[in-house]
Design a protein around this ligand. Sequence first.
Ligand code: ATP
Ligand code: MG
Length: 394
Amino acid sequence: MDGPFGKAKAILTTLHNHGYEAYFVGGSVRDYLLNRPIGDIDIATSALPEQIMNIFPKTIDVGVIHGTVVVLHKDEQFEVTTFRTEEGYEDYRRPSHVEFVKSLHEDLKRRDFTMNAIAMTIDGDIIDPFGGKKAIEEKRIQTVGDPNERFHEDALRMMRAVRFVSQLPFLLCQETQSAITNNAPLLKKISVERITIEFEKLLSGPNCHVAFPILAETNLLQYMPGLENEKKNVKCFSAYKWNELKDRAEYWTLVSYLLKKDDLKTFLRQWKLPNKIIEQVVKNIGCLENVLNNGWNKQLLYDCGESCIKHVEKILGVLGIKQEISLYEEYCKLPIKHRSDLKITGADLLQWYKQSPGKWVSQLLEKVENSILENKVENNKEKIKEWLLSCNQK
Ligand code: ATP
Ligand code: MG
């Protein structure tokens, strides 16, 4: 159990030497038991946040009132969280206050699913009071305790459940799935940002084709931004190979293309995506529709640019639309990729034509750009000058 836990062991040892209990917990233990690559390593301890900060020389206070301190050790970060329970859930979201507790058992009990409520000692011994290991063997997602209660405490857990279906890939146990169906409207209480994180993880999971119909059947869709009344469309999402996509903008381009939203920007803004992603998706959709409706040409490739062409080519593949040529290869062949690649500037034009500045400068630059793209003239200052003056292009 060395590997990824190797460095983290030192954190546990230090806590032990100071008389505290400390264990590996959460997703890292689950993924270790599943033989999956391990992401962030979470540590649970009986030490209080101030004690953790006193013991370790480098720490970051990321939420001491919730009991979490990040410990920096050998260039890596570990989230160290004091054993706690969560109480007084307000509004089906985060708890109104947390209470630090003495026992690991109580800490595991507040965790969402049995597979995530397993602890591991420094020697690799498993502490599993809720049957999480069996659930992992059976690839089953089941809440710790009554699912209705657990989803009332924190409605995001319903989204987490379905994203784990996509990611691990596991199935929901019947009771958990029914409880999601019964409590789906509680998702209204959850901030869009948290829903977006889970939805993006779902989109990038290997089993997303199983997760899409679950979103539809449980009615969670009704409470996801812009997906209300999209049951039929979202069920059809399962037909495509989402796993070939990588980039956030690619996922959102495929979502947007399949939903055919009239007001794309509003839809993407509803998800509170960064402007950069929204702009890229809008550009990708414009390019995709152009290619599908009118075919491609050099000007389109030039206007869209490298990342858009790469995304669009991938999406066409995922949609199963065969292209005779590779758009990206054609893009690479373009003699210029940006206006800044032009070997002349507006200043050159002013000098050659000896006229005062005006709109004509940018119009002429555009004409030069087009002609270079169409191989009518070489991208060389002298050649461009000759060509312009000889055929009186202005
Ligand atoms: P990932 O692979 O995405 O990191 P994870 O299960 O580790 O999955 P985290 O968000 O890193 O998810 O949370 C770490 C652990 O904290 C979880 O395994 C679970 O035990 C607990 N946890 C996280 N979110 C919740 C929640 N909403 N309710 C209860 N427990 C939670
Ligand atoms: Mg994690």
